[in-house]
Design a protein around this ligand. Structure first.
Ligand code: BTN
Length: 277
């Protein structure tokens, strides 16, 4: 065991624990990632971050874990979270109500930009906010918020990135997921991907706070446009189907139904319609 750890280190890429000093040295941010709550194992970083946000964690604070025992995905699904191979983090943000809905736009975009910067790979976004390489998912985003009336108490941007995962070892995701290591054929530094993600996230969040349009770059990466899709709810019922002809700046998808009418879809799970390629 000791020998294999040594060998890993000698190859310079992976470690069982994230190197937080290295992370800080790679950060170019003012506040995102400057306060770090690091855990070996948690149920879900969303749960820990919620408690920390309620106790006044500063904006940009992150909760990060080597492993999640009950990692959560969108629409009530779970998120495969084995130890030390991936990134599982939640960022605490305090946006206005107007800014809140754009977090689901900037978070996947930040991940795409970060993966591109750290690895040269070119990930795309599958609506609404999955990050995929080819047709396989490499990252998922879960945004949750706490409101008091019209006021946002805090928002939580949960980000899972498959960095060095062997997805084929997990039957439930073997056919639909990939990792940066699988795509590149070599180990990838989690610290580099994490730092790049936080750097890009802060840049985009600052642009959002200045009132700049952040959705054009998101739309540019949106792989779903032009495809025949089916949008389903968590229980599998079909909400809409049609051609994804456009996306709104707030992340909604515009579909053209078979009868020619248009409909705006705000949430759901998109699958390609059989035979649509
Ligand atoms: C999805 O695509 O379904 C969203 C997945 C979000 C996973 C991340 S991992 C860090 C954070 N903690 C969780 O329990 N979920 C998010």
């Amino acid at each position: 065991m000791a020998l294999s750890c040594r060998l890993w280190h000698d190859r310079g890429a992976v470690s069982e624990r994230l190197d937080l000093d290295r992370l800080q040295s790679l950060l170019r941010t003012e506040f995102v990632g400057r306060s770090v709550s690091y855990h070996q194992s948690v149920t879900s970083t969303m749960e820990v971050a919620k408690r920390e946000a309620e106790s006044g964690a500063p904006e940009g604070a992150i909760v990060i874990a080597e492993e999640q025992t009950a990692g959560r995905g969108r629409m009530g699904r779970s998120w495969v979270s084995p130890p030390s191979v991936n990134l599982y983090l939640t960022v605490v943000l305090r946006p206005t109500l107007d800014q809140l809905r754009y977090l689901a736009v900037i978070a996947p975009l930040a991940v795409c930009q970060a993966v591109e910067e750290a690895t040269g790979l070119l990930p795309r976004i599958k609506w609404p906010n999955d990050v995929a390489i080819g047709d396989k998912k490499v990252s998922g985003i879960l945004v949750q918020s706490e409101l008091a009336g019209d006021e946002v108490q805090f928002a939580l941007a949960g980000i899972g990135i498959n960095v060095n995962l062997d997805a084929s070892a997990y039957a439930e995701i073997a056919q639909i997921a990939t990792s940066l290591r699988a795509e590149l054929g070599r180990e990838v530094s989690r610290e580099e991907v994490l730092a790049a993600t936080l750097n890009h996230l802060e840049t985009l969040y600052q642009a959002l706070r200045r009132g700049e349009v952040v959705s054009m770059a998101w739309k540019h990466r949106l792989d779903t446009l032009g495809k025949h899709v089916r949008v389903q709810s968590a229980d599998g019922s079909v909400l809409e189907q049609g051609v994804a002809v456009d996306a709104d700046s707030d992340g909604s998808l515009i579909l053209r139904r078979d009868d020619g009418s248009h409909v705006r879809v705000e949430a759901g799970e998109v699958t390609l319609r059989p035979g649509s390629g």
